[in-house]
Structures are given as C-alpha cells and as structure tokens.
Design a binder for this molecule. Structure first.
Ligand code: ADP
Length: 341
C-alpha cells in the first residue's frame, strides 16, 4: 500500500472530496493553531485597512493540517479570488507567466508543494513577488528583446511540507512564514463534533474522543476516520458512534490507540529488528518497506517524531526506548548507547 492510500495518511485522497464543505470559511472558524490564526488576523485586518493585498505568506508543516484551508480563508477574508496550483504542475516558465497575467488586484495565488518549483519557474516568480513585474523575452537571437510587464498587486500563498528544500531566495520573498503544528485532542474533538453535526451523524463524546485520539493530530485524518467509523456504525451498530463502536471500527482498520497503522509499525520494527535500533539511513528504511523516501519523510516521520518514537540524527534514523515499549520489545541497548541518542 502506498503512502497516499493509507487511511492514516495526511495526504489528500479521492475520498476527501466532501471535506470541502467542512472547510473553515473565516479566520474565526479556524480551530487550533491559535498563534497562526491571531497573527494572520492582524495581517488581514491591517491589509484591509490600508486597502492593499496581504503580504506573501508561506505555510509549512506536514500534510492535512490546514495549509490549503488557510489560503482559502485568507481569500474569503480579503474578498478576493484564489487560484490554486502546485509546484509540480507548473512545468515551464511560460505556464507561470500565463497564470500571472490573469491575476487581478488582491487575488491570491496558492502554490502547493512550492519546494518543487523548477529553477526557471522560480526565476519568473521572484520579480513577480518582489516588484509585481513579469520579465519576458520577445523574439530570438540578436533581435531578442527584454520586456517588463507590470502585474497587479497580488498575493502568493505558498505551502510546503519541506521548508528545508525551499530555495533561500524564494523563502526570503515571503513577508511572513507560519509553521503549522499537529492539533491537540480538544481542537480535533471540536472539528469532529462540527463535522458530525454537518454530516447528520449521531456521535457520543466518547466516540468523538476515540477518533480524535487516533487521528495523529491531523484534521484531514480525523475527518476521514469519522466517515469510516460512520459507515461501520451504520452497518454494524445501529448508526450511533459510541466510544466502543469507534474503537471497534478503528481496530478493524488496524489503527492502534495512538493512531499508528501497520506501516508505522513496520518502519519502527525495521529499525529495531534489522538495524538494532539504528542509526539507519532513510533510503535503507524506504527500501525495506517498499516506500519512497519523501513519503516517509513527509507523512510518517513527523508523527513518529512527535510521539518521541523516532529521532533524526546526522548518522540516520534511530528508534527510541519509547518505540521499543510501544511494540512490546525490550530495548537491549546499554544506558551508554541510549545516552548517545
Ligand atoms: P493541507 O493543505 O495542510 O494538506 P488542508 O487545508 O487541505 O491541509 O486541510 C485538510 C482538511 O482538514 C480540510 O478539508 C479541512 O476540512 C480540514 N481542516 C484543516 N484544518 C482545519 C481547521 N483548523 N479547522 C477545521 N477543519 C480543518
């Protein structure tokens, strides 16, 4: 099973489509991410008061935490149009030039996976972000001429799961950067309760709490699990999501009480059983479990690190004693070996 198909993957899947209706509309609808929300509110209010577009904004963090939702929210707040695109889909400089020439004052250009923009495309983006200008070359050879077109003042909202892969000059062109964190239990419960009401599903507080606990701090996963648990409740349990119904449904999906699934456990087991707890390089782990390295880095590792099960060290990945405990394996390493972790 690839990372995208996993039920606990934060990445967008086909069955997430109906989440769109559940998307927050305004900043005050955003639950969790308090610091981000408050800072954005100030930026938006100030821009509105000056009758200017908001500064270019960059959101980074694991998939499913609300980067795209925030871009939509900002467009709503600014009463502006939003154009959605992604780094890998802008292949040539001309593709971006075409998008830019259609932007209007205050419009938002959302670029997902912005770290995957090609070099030539970035070169077009720099003057567009900095000077609202599009530099194009007309003609070929000695007769070629550089022409600078003025663009309306618009806003780029970039999103990335890998801030470190973003070129320095591009990073510097954003007026503000925000790191999105995993959501806490209370925020996830709030999001789930609101979604259950909108979906017309009867859910008890213990049922909601059980789903939230196993959602890896990620709203997209929480909403996905809610739909799966609803299906289970409908067909097997009279339609009501109680604590035990949620527990049974999630166990059936092989999602344990911390939200880990079979692949998370295989990652940890590989490090522990094949490499004595590590350190072991990411490509080796990826090859052992037939996954690609970027999926492991983007989707699996952030949550395992958040739980304190995994450490990234310059020599490779290491499993902590907590990971051994979770898998019910005794950590044979000496205290000296562990202190090196
Ligand atoms: P990302 O762009 O970071 O991958 P999205 O913005 O697509 O994540 O969010 C995934 C889903 O989770 C959305 O469909 C949205 O409904 C939900 N979601 C994300 N953040 C929140 C939030 N703060 N409150 C309510 N729902 C949220």
């Amino acid at each position: 099973m690839s990372g995208d198909e996993r039920i606990v993957s934060g990445k967008l899947r086909r069955d997430d489509r109906d989440n769109v209706a559940l998307r927050p509309k305004l900043l005050r609808d955003i639950v969790g991410q308090d610091r981000v929300r408050e800072n954005l509110q100030i930026i938006v209010d100030a821009a509105k008061a000056r009758n200017e577009p908001v500064d270019h904004l960059l959101f980074y963090g694991p998939p499913g935490l609300g980067k795209t939702s925030l871009a939509h929210v900002i467009a709503n707040e600014m009463n502006a149009n939003i154009r959605i695109t992604a780094g890998p889909s802008i292949e040539r400089a001309g593709d971006l030039a075409a998008i830019l020439t259609h932007m209007k004052q205050n419009d938002i250009l959302f670029i997902d996976e912005i770290h995957r923009l090609g070099r030539a495309v970035e070169e077009i983006l720099y003057p567009a972000m900095e000077d609202f200008a599009l530099d194009i070359v007309i003609g070929k050879g000695p007769a070629a001429k550089n022409v600078r077109l003025n663009l309306p003042r618009f806003t780029v909202v970039g999103a990335t799961t890998q801030l470190a892969l973003l070129a320095g000059p591009l990073r510097d062109r954003f007026g503000a950067r925000f790191r999105l964190d995993f959501y806490d239990q209370a925020a996830l419960e709030f999001i789930l309760n609101r979604a259950a009401t909108m979906m017309n599903v009867e859910a008890r507080p213990e049922g909601i709490a059980e789903i939230a606990r196993r959602s890896r701090g990620t709203p997209r996963i929480a909403l996905r699990l809610l739909r799966r648990v609803r299906d289970y409740a409908q067909t097997r349990a009279g339609g009501v999501i109680t604590g035990s119904v949620a527990g049974e449904a999630l166990n059936l999906m092989d999602i344990d009480y911390l939200g880990l699934d079979d692949i998370d456990r295989r990652i940890l087991k590989t490090i522990i059983e094949k490499y004595n707890g590590g350190p072991v390089g990411l490509p080796t782990i990826a090859a052992s479990i037939s996954e690609d390295t970027s999926t492991i880095e983007d989707v699996y590792e952030p949550y395992l690190m958040q739980l304190g099960f995994l450490k990234r060290t310059p020599r490779g990945r290491e499993a902590t004693t907590l990971a051994y405990d979770h898998l019910g394996i005794v950590d044979p390493r000496t205290p000296e070996q562990k202190s090196l972790l």
